[in-house]
Design a protein around this ligand. Structure first.
Ligand code: CA2
Length: 138
């Protein structure tokens, strides 16, 4: 059974609570329950943190044994050389995902420090971006 983890970064714990026009109205934990039902043949886990170092620690912890990481690092995508380095330092492949189409938004969201070290980037499909990320590993 493939082991895949979804890692969400800062503020994504607020999904479904505010900014519903951009990020939709579903909270992530209920979406994750749907994902577990959809991918019964996958060992799927979930981690969220608002702290850069905790995201790096999690990547180190799982990054030599898991089959894939679906990573939405939130705003750290656009700021964190350290998370980019952590992705480069592990052997598990990482797919960068975003709920919104970051290229339709402010210029500062157009650059990613993570993408050069990821196998691919998926953005703009709402929560379906996570499904596409998982599918990419199957
Ligand atoms: O579109 C995405 O998935 C983003 O990674 C979301 C980040 C943003 O900084 C990236 O540029 C694109 C922000 C997540 C904030 O999520 C919230 C959800 C509800 C209410 C407030 C924030």
């Amino acid at each position: 059974m493939k082991k895949i983890i979804i890692i969400n970064g800062p503020n994504l714990n607020l999904l479904g609570v505010r900014e519903k026009n951009i990020y939709g109205s579903q909270d992530f934990l209920s979406f994750f329950e749907e994902l577990k039902q959809r991918y019964l043949a996958v060992d799927l886990s979930y981690f969220q943190s608002n702290h850069e170092g905790e995201i790096i620690d999690k990547l180190h912890e799982i990054g030599f044994s898991y089959d894939g990481v679906v990573l939405n690092a939130g705003a750290y995508t656009h700021t964190s050389v350290a998370i980019g380095d952590a992705i480069a330092g592990i052997t598990t492949p990482v797919v960068e995902v975003h709920i919104s189409n970051v290229h339709k938004r402010e210029a500062f969201r157009h650059h990613s420090y993570l993408a050069p070290n990821c196998v691919g980037v998926i953005c703009g499909f709402g929560l379906n971006s996570y499904k596409l990320g998982i599918d990419s590993f199957l």
